[in-house]
Write a protein that binds this ligand. Sequence first.
Ligand code: MTE
Ligand code: MOS
Length: 819
Amino acid sequence: MTALSRRPANPVVGLTVSHESAELHVTGAALYTDDLVSRMAGTLHAWPVQAPHAHALVTGLRTTPALGVPGVVRVLTAADVPGVNDAGVKHDEPLFPDEVRYYGHAVCWVLGESLEAARLGAEAVEVDYEPLPSVLTLTEAIEAESFQGAQPTVSRGDAGAGLARATHRFSGEFEFGGQEHFYLETHAALAHVDEGGQVFAQSSTQHPSETQEIIAHVLGLHNHEVTVQCLRMGGGFGGKEMQPHGLAAIASLGAVLTGRPVRLRLNRTQDLTMTGKRHPFHAVWEVGFDDDGMIQGLRATLTADGGWSLDLSEPVLARALCHIDNAYYVPDIEAHGRIAKTNKTSQTAFRGFGGPQGMLVLEDILGRVAPALGIDPTELRRRNLYQPGQATPYGMPVRHAERLTQITDELSERGELQRRRRAIEAFNAEHEHVKRGLAMTPVKFGISFNLTAFNQAGALVHVYKDGSVLINHGGTEMGQGLHTKMRQVAATALGVPLSHVRLAPTRTDKVPNTSATAASSGADLNGGAVKNACEQIRERLEQVAARTLNLHPSDVRISGGVVTGLGTQDTIAWADLVRAAYFQRIQLFAAGYYRTEGLHWDASRMQGEPFKYFAYGAAISEVEVDGFTGAYRFLRTDIVHDVGDSLSPLVDIGQIEGGFVQGAGWLTLEELRWDTSDKPSRGRLATQAASTYKLPSFSEMPEVLNVHLFERATEDGAVYGSKAVGEPPLMLAFSVREALRAAVGAFGPAGHMVELGCPSTPEAVYWAVDAARRAGQEAGDGGASARSVAPVGSGNGTAGNGTLERELAEHSAPRGVAE
Ligand code: MTE
Ligand code: MOS
């Protein structure tokens, strides 16, 4: 075992403790960025002027009428920017645009004594627009070849040869939707200029260092003149990885120009219409299997809808391509990627960061084609799982691949797979208009930032004379429990009780050059840094204790705040040891640093070992579908998930439950609708409130949800043997969509291939049920034997987009068998 992963006796990591702010959360006492406004005198409020066009030139901008509105103090425009008028890291996001690129794009910002004054001022600003043609949908973008950024390919072997050797070939098309983050706390920033003339910006940001850099370049300052602090966020989910920067820059610019604090908080409508979402994707694919159902070859082109600017679209696409295999070995593969440029919000990071989109493509394929192969989908998935010794298409060995099989075996038992299958068969035989379905899907997710440089972190740990401990680290808290885990890591590394350790808010002047708290790596990276800082202090204290106890320093033991040693009954209290060390002039604070070892990634060839390890898991879900309406219930979900040796089991189980439900929302309920008409409202987000955008709530939780942490799962490469947990469980929700597919299939004849829209809303499910029933009528209803395949390509019979059937007719002989 490595020094990084080894736990001492009686560790504080691994204990079941509640979230460090749980009490504050539930009593409402927890402070978020915008709660600080009332503590500042003379704060101005910012309101955007949002353009009512998907694409247009700004030909005139008159701010004078706004200045006539009582309480309006200033209107911020491009002319006010002392530095660079750009909010992105790719220099394609003008902060004050002269070309509107999406409906709702802010062209300027009004500052007022009150929010109402700023709002009325924004209404008074006069803007002239010259509308331009716009590209909205992925289909339009692909037709117009409206792309942006790099077009990478991940490949191994010869996809053509793999397809040629396959005895069963299929091809198809699949387009699926994005997702709104819907964090409870909308974007917020509060900036002021402090006594030394430096800018202090509080921001709801997952990436304080980058927010700092963008503020500095907009203001023409050096990084050391700008400090960014994040108290905590009311959810980020990736939506606050890149998108806070411009908003914090607006607040900071206002503060510099007026000398007063400026507060910018988007209301829900502004947040929904202005900020980026999960990328919708389009995929075309060809896949081949041998007679045993083993995947032989896959060729696919993924097109991500990036929206109006690049933002994080390139890394999101890279992760999608690196996860198209999910948990399956694909010997010959070629996966191309490109990013559509459309007149929509700039799509961004969202839990899973492209991984879910890549994996969904193959999970959808397996679910669709299993009936044509005559293999049960769960069995088809199981056969294709990675085996020890195999590597991913980008050349990384899949270490611990055996865990996939172990996890699915354990889950089959815990989830009573066989018994429930029989129960479902019996239920379906008895019910004509209500059907149940069950599915099991696995997850394999790579942990680390694809970009190697981001895999480093820092921490600053102070031990005060009274023995109390204060830690700072580069990670941000968004509800995921990172601070809780970091307290446990520090308590473990120092050998003190949890109560001794307090966490200070994340600030760029405490720990510099930090990476975003993202890629689920927050605990791995910052935990490594906190542990490193604590160990420096502990080693110094062991020297002091060794002298007092008359021992060799390596024989000193510090645990639970009590200092003792091998072969002695003597003890020293932690606080006394610290005090003694102070009087001996021993440094009681330390900066810690961590870099993930062993990573390398060639982004041009898309080859290397970008991940430290893989997180594994699997889920079984059971659903019930109403054939008249397509409405469904989630009956039960069982999960076995690998978090290594958990740092904090309660936090991890919460992350698994939350991630799973958020994934189920994306795949089944949440549907972003944009106005794609040719009316003046073209490009307007139609789902811009919780009334039209359906989020999962208690009623959409599975009626039974069992989460089990995979045991004896020490991960050698991470802090105290743990694994990252933030994102991977989201993809356990594939099991829900595949269970819906199974239930839909039960309305049709044996062997019917179910095409299911995504999100698989009740409406989408209804149309799939309709298609299944029609297939049943065409097949003479029920006459088919278990192995036979319904005739395909019967043309107008399908209510879905019918692509698969058509493609099959073109590419395969009847029964789905080629050649
Ligand atoms: N959990 C909560 N409660 N709120 C969040 O915003 N974000 C998720 C995940 N879990 C999120 C969350 C995302 S997108 C990531 S990348 C990780 O938390 C980031 O935190 P970590 O690296 O500390 O796991
Ligand atoms: Mo998470 S999408 O990496 O912030």
